[in-house]
Design a protein around this ligand. Sequence first.
Ligand SMILES: Nc1nc2c(ncn2[C@@H]2O[C@H](COP(=O)(O)OP(=O)(O)OP(=O)(O)O)[C@@H](O)[C@H]2O)c(=O)[nH]1
Length: 397
Amino acid sequence: MQFLDVPTILQVTALFNLMSALAWLALAQVFRVAPRAGRLMAGFHLLYVMTLRQQEAAAGWPPPLRQAMTEFGLLGCSVLLLLALRRMLRSRQRSHDIASIAGLGAAAIAAGLAGGQALVPQLASTACVAALALLSTREVVRGLAGRLSRPVIACTVLPFALLAALSSAHLVELLLDPSWAEAVAADRLPSALRASLLFVITAGITLDLISLMIWRVIARIQHLTERDTLTGAMNRRAFEQALVEAQGLLQRGHRFALVMIDIDHFKRVNDTHGHAAGDAALQHCVRIWQTGLREVDRLGRLGGEEFCALLPLAAADDLDTAATIAERLRAGLSAQPLRWHELELPLSASFGVALPVAGDAQGQVGMARADAELYRAKAEGRNRVCAATHLQELAAA
Ligand SMILES: Nc1nc2c(ncn2[C@@H]2O[C@H](COP(=O)(O)OP(=O)(O)OP(=O)(O)O)[C@@H](O)[C@H]2O)c(=O)[nH]1
């Protein structure tokens, strides 16, 4: 059953890519959403349209020149796509691998064209597209692992994996039946199935990148609404929300501990070295504490120089475990003074540790107990950890 002829599918593909390029440019230039990734995506779509349409545009040109446009065009599209994907996922990966694959591919294409061969340039560009699509697949899995659910990652990876599979299959076809290369070089149209598959893959990749961009924007908004702008710790509202959720889970046996933290003599830092030094001290403390905490732990800034950590506890853990973690945070800060211009400013903090109480929906009882322990730590001389003992917990209950 054929519902669309191949030229129509190719025209629809070209139109889709043209509109996608415009949409990415508008997002990048007008709305400043993921501008670098957007410009790379616009470049990808435009180059793809040019590669698709060059048959008509360059009809009278010598065949080697037209083949050069096709092979270099496909190689360029794959490079732009992977670069855009890395930017969208904020990957720190250097682009040496892309440069090596693209460099080798371009050299092989040029050598094949110079030798008057139709097969070698096609083999080279197809192998590069397959390799870069495989790299894109790995990039998506690495970039999203642990941040999105497995089914979502599988859906996102699918178009890239399909592109890798289709290019690999084409590579095998070319190797098994070199007359294919002559057919493609003679500008014979692809089959309806291949043209449709390519359209579906391009549309899938575009939807993928748009979804990743929306996900990035949502994550940014969440970050802005949940984080303290100075230190990056959770803000009070987000921390209280996390506490309410933890109290709910407590009913189902998921235990946790609260550690109330207050920087010692913080006012002196401000008064002696200025407000900017105070701000730097707050950032310094949070940086040290965040590295001492696990991924599951939450650190919130309740206000001023007062913080609270919510530590989920495993079955065997108890108040002593939480006190040990607090002691690690205390020792970490004591050991690392703040470097402020030419000076080293020693900093310390006091810690109060307590367990929450079941049935306390807002977690206010646990917070009050941790707060009482914090004030005991301050009263006993600061720079120390005080934990509510079992007897104190019972007396307070
Ligand atoms: N630089 C800076 N200072 C802040 C910020 N928020 C609160 N402060 C200051 O933090 C100081 C808190 O002082 P105090 O409550 O007296 O506490 P302290 O000096 O740490 O004394 P102890 O807690 O008893 O050890 C005040 O001077 C506030 O102005 C902030 O975001 N940046």
